[in-house]
Design a protein around this ligand. Structure first.
Ligand SMILES: Nc1ncnc2c1ncn2[C@@H]1O[C@H](COP(=O)(O)OP(=O)(O)OP(=O)(O)O)[C@@H](O)[C@H]1O
Ligand SMILES: [Mg+2]
Length: 503
């Protein structure tokens, strides 16, 4: 239909050899946080789940985060850490950890607070009430939660938390990366917290397996890379999960896209164009993908494939799939490619791939090309042209030995629109291109931009000034498709309005 589909190139023999095997948990005993000269704890300190939970059983993103109190991320004095270390040692000597592990988090917190208050009184530490309150909260977080990370995890305005060893913690707020005063006691405490995080999804991080992906119970995406690969102590990166995902209307309000641009995106989603969202790290690709899915009809059967479930589709008929890393024995991995291929046997109407970064691109292109119109995915690339190149290299990564021209024909036959998301140097995120893939001229793929972001300069506060502009295309390549879905009038009116505003 619409002259683009059906460049039916046979699926070449795939080089893929992974066989999904059964997952064998990989339970892990959590290591409790201990002060510099620790007493041996009698049991696991944490009342969180004592045994590892397989990844697929991780709670849905909507599950509540453990109780935490937001604190400012400010630096503390050496004497604070010294006092804390002494109180901590005394606490470990006093408390019956096995009993603590049986309590619910709130009661455990209360218990710790009572004992710590007593310790402070007996040892006669000179502290103000607010200092004491801070210390109490801190120690509770160390024993029950994610230690110094807790105040950062409690904040909603943070997009990313980046820990580079025990003493350097950065956050991204409003698109800007800034250093915090938060620090860990030492690299061992940091590693213990990393271990606590990843063991909740049945994984382990140590010298023998120093790289690990996981997620927090609230759905936040986590990556850990530990020594010896990370030279200055474990590096932990957390993409905070936003329960209330940004909507397209909010993106318009932030100036990420113009109202007319947003209307075009709605039409693109509604008329089942195959869309790739391209962008750099943290440029807002997943957010945009999530926005686009909200314009899918309620009666469509959608299958999503993700490495870490981030999308929140509103439709009722959705199957959510998630890849699985290998277990501790290196077995049981289920790759994105396995998922996308399996999708095809699940009678999907649309396939949505959270992030395309390997040979699964070929399966997604095939799906787009064979009746699953309206499929979508995101790709790491800095502009639409680079996105096309990336697709070609990813096809090559899969070991397919197709002639370049054939690969390009498949791309042209599959992808309708590339939407480019960019994080600008002032920290703002913008949709900089809405580009159609329209055909081939010789061996070259031809694209046409429908909308661009025209950067004019910056204002006195260093904020980028610019405007979303029309490129003057009155009849996009997906015009027939829009007509088929009864959206041609809306498309024409929007393009006209965009053109008028650009003059
Ligand atoms: N237009 C926007 N304005 C403000 N914040 C935004 C915008 N788009 C996305 N964000 C925020 O930026 C952060 C990163 O967004 P998102 O996860 O969508 O990026 P991404 O490109 O998918 O990142 P990654 O490459 O790591 O997967 C999120 O906290 C999100 O809420
Ligand atoms: Mg993403």
């Amino acid at each position: 239909m619409f002259g683009k589909r059906g460049t039916g190139v046979p699926h070449p023999a795939a080089p893929h050899t992974e066989t999904p095997k059964t997952f064998s948990g990989g339970a892990d005993v959590l290591t409790p946080e201990r002060p510099a000269a620790p007493q041996q704890p009698k049991a696991d300190l944490t009342p969180r789940e004592p045994t590892a939970r397989p990844r697929e059983e991780a709670p849905k993103p909507t599950s509540p985060a453990p109780a935490r109190s937001p604190q400012p991320a400010r630096a503390r004095s050496e004497s604070y850490y010294d006092t804390k270390s002494q109180v901590f040692s005394a606490l470990i000597e006093t408390i019956d950890l096995s009993q603590l592990a049986n309590l619910d988090p709130d009661s455990a917190r209360e218990e710790i607070r009572d004992i710590v208050n007593d310790i402070i009184a007996i040892k006669n530490f000179a502290m103000s009430i607010s200092e004491q309150e801070e210390l109490l909260e801190d120690i509770c977080n160390d024993v029950l939660g994610y230690g110094p990370l807790e105040p950062l995890l409690a904040r909603d305005d943070i997009a990313d938390i980046m820990v580079n060893g025990a003493k350097d913690v950065y956050i991204e707020v409003n698109g800007k990366v800034e250093q915090t005063g938060v620090r860990f006691r030492d690299n061992q405490q940091l590693l213990n917290i990393c271990q606590r995080i990843v063991s909740q999804v049945g994984r382990r991080v140590d010298e023998s397996s120093p790289i690990c992906d996981a997620r927090l119970p609230d759905g936040s995406r986590v990556n850990v890379i530990a020594p010896p690969l990370a030279i200055d102590g474990a590096s932990l990166t957390i993409r905070k999960f936003k329960k209330d995902k940004l909507t397209l209307d909010q993106l318009v309000r932030f100036g990420a896209i113009s109202p007319e641009g947003a209307e075009i995106l709605k039409i693109i989603g509604r008329v089942r164009c195959n869309v790739l969202i391209s962008g750099g790290t943290g440029s807002g690709k997943t957010t945009l993908l999530n926005c686009l899915t909200s314009f899918i009809d309620l009666d469509e059967r959608i299958i999503t494939c993700e490495d870490s479930a981030e999308l929140q589709l509103q439709q009722p008929h959705v199957v959510r799939l998630e890849t699985r890393p290998p277990n501790l024995e290196g077995e049981g991995e289920v790759t994105m490619r396995d998922l996308v291929r399996n999708c095809l046997r699940m009678r999907p109407e649309r396939i949505i791939v959270g992030e395309v970064r390997g040979p699964e691109v070929f399966d997604l292109l095939q799906a787009m090309n064979t009746g699953h119109d309206g499929s979508m995915g995101t790709i790491h690339a800095n502009n639409p042209r680079e996105c096309l190149n990336r697709i070609e290299s990813m096809v090559a990564m899969g070991g397919f030995t197709l002639p370049q021209r054939t690969v390009r024909e498949i791309i042209v036959g599959s992808v309708d629109v590339i939407i480019q998301a960019t994080r600008l140097r002032d920290g703002s995120r913008r949709i900089t291109h809405v580009t159609e893939v329209i055909g081939m001229e010789g061996d070259v793929i031809i694209t046409q931009d429908l909308m661009l972001y025209d950067m004019k300069g910056e204002d006195a506060n260093g904020k980028i000034v610019g405007q979303h502009v029309s490129t003057g295309i009155a009849r996009p390549h997906f015009w027939d498709r829009a007509r088929y879905y009864g959206e041609e009038q809306r498309l024409a009116t929007t393009l006209e309005a965009m053109e008028r505003k650009s003059d």
